[in-house]
Design a protein around this ligand. Structure first.
Ligand code: ATP
Ligand code: MG
Length: 323
């Protein structure tokens, strides 16, 4: 079976001059192997922090303060020695972190960077690796020879994003994390690049974690969807279940905000209000309390637990649990 990820009690805090921000607050999550899992939520909900924590690669001033991330075939990223962690990143888990356009090395040609990556992971057949890079770039509609001999500054934002996806896939990692991988592409190229990611996923039985703001992308591509809010999980389930029967009022709001699914552009309703300020938010209230059209008295004084709400389904909402 394809490799999955088991996350338990994960907590990440950013320490700033103004105080502590619990960006990932006690998350328990099983990433199912061989599927595309979409992670969705508004800006600041903690999606990128969660993704980086899965690789034990949260940058300063962030710190993983608790929890475990067990990657099948690798082990617990929190307790493995540094060298095993390094080997796992790239080899077992490919990734494109957000704003990866900027993480390419400006001083070496893309082709050289592919070779450097191969060497750093002891790849024996570097020619085959380059061929594979070429094939991936061509599949994404690029002139591969030109890209491989280019420096990053010679490529557009959209091209760099596709190069980032190539790097995530070129070492044949079983798990691939893509954080907003196509934001610099126009709608049409975005759809086609994601379609290619989907077909590569099917060919190789990959486990993909796809982070996006866009519920429409999730609807098109993901087998499962995880909804994040304020550093916690609000809801998860099979995409079709969640879209057809969203249970958390926040998920309902997100779905109503997408024209593509509600069908009609003028029927799309933006979510009112803004996400909680994590620095000051009280721990014993529902994170969605201020914005919730269905809030009840208890929601102001208790944080709803994240509980099973059907097969493969979880939700953090008192209203749902009361039914
Ligand atoms: P987006 O959709 O905008 O990418 P996100 O869901 O990926 O948002 P994160 O970037 O993980 O959210 O941020 C989660 C929280 O952590 C936010 O409140 C953010 O302000 C805070 N945060 C993220 N990076 C830092 C940092 N380097 N220093 C301080 N706080 C940070
Ligand atoms: Mg992000």
């Amino acid at each position: 079976p394809a490799a999955g990820i088991t996350i338990r009690g994960l907590e990440v805090v950013y320490t700033t001059g103004q105080g502590q921000i619990p960006a990932v607050n006690g998350i328990n999550l099983d990433i199912v192997g061989g599927q595309i899992t979409g992670i969705i939520g508004e800006s600041g909900s903690g999606k990128s922090t969660l993704a980086m924590a899965m690789m034990n690669a949260v940058p300063h001033p962030g710190k993983i303060v608790k929890g475990s991330v067990i990657i099948d075939g690798v082990g617990n990223m929190m307790t493995l020695d540094k060298e095993s962690q390094r080997r796992a990143r790239g080899r077992h888990v490919g990734f494109v972190f957000q704003a990866a356009q900027n993480s390419l090395n400006p001083l070496t040609r893309i082709g050289h960077q592919v070779l450097d990556l191969g060497r750093s992971h002891n790849v024996k057949d570097l020619r085959a690796l380059l061929r594979r890079a070429k094939e991936l770039l061509e599949r994404m509609g690029m002139d591969a020879d030109r890209v491989l001999t280019s420096y990053q500054h010679e490529l557009s934002g959209g091209m760099r994003q596709r190069v980032g996806i190539m790097f995530a896939l070129v070492l044949d990692a079983q798990i691939v994390i893509l954080d907003e991988p196509t934001t610099a592409l126009d709608m049409l190229s975005q759809a086609s690049v994601l379609e290619i990611v989907r077909s590569i996923q099917e060919e190789r039985g990959l486990t993909i974690i796809l982070i996006t703001h866009d519920m429409g992308v999730v609807a098109d591509l993901a087998d499962r969807v995880i909804v994040m809010y304020g550093g916690e999980l609000a809801e998860e389930g099979k995409t079709e279940d969640v879209l057809a029967h969203p249970q958390h009022p926040y998920t309902r709001g997100l779905i109503r905000a997408i024209p593509r699914i509600s069908g009609n552009l003028d029927q799309a309703v933006a979510l009112a209000g803004s996400p909680p300020d994590l620095q000051t938010f009280v721990q014993n209230a529902c994170l969605f309390y201020d914005r919730c059209p269905e809030r009840m008295a208890q929601c102001q004084n208790h944080r709803p637990p994240y509980e099973i709400a059907g097969p493969g389904r979880k939700v953090a909402c008192f209203k749902v649990m009361a039914k």
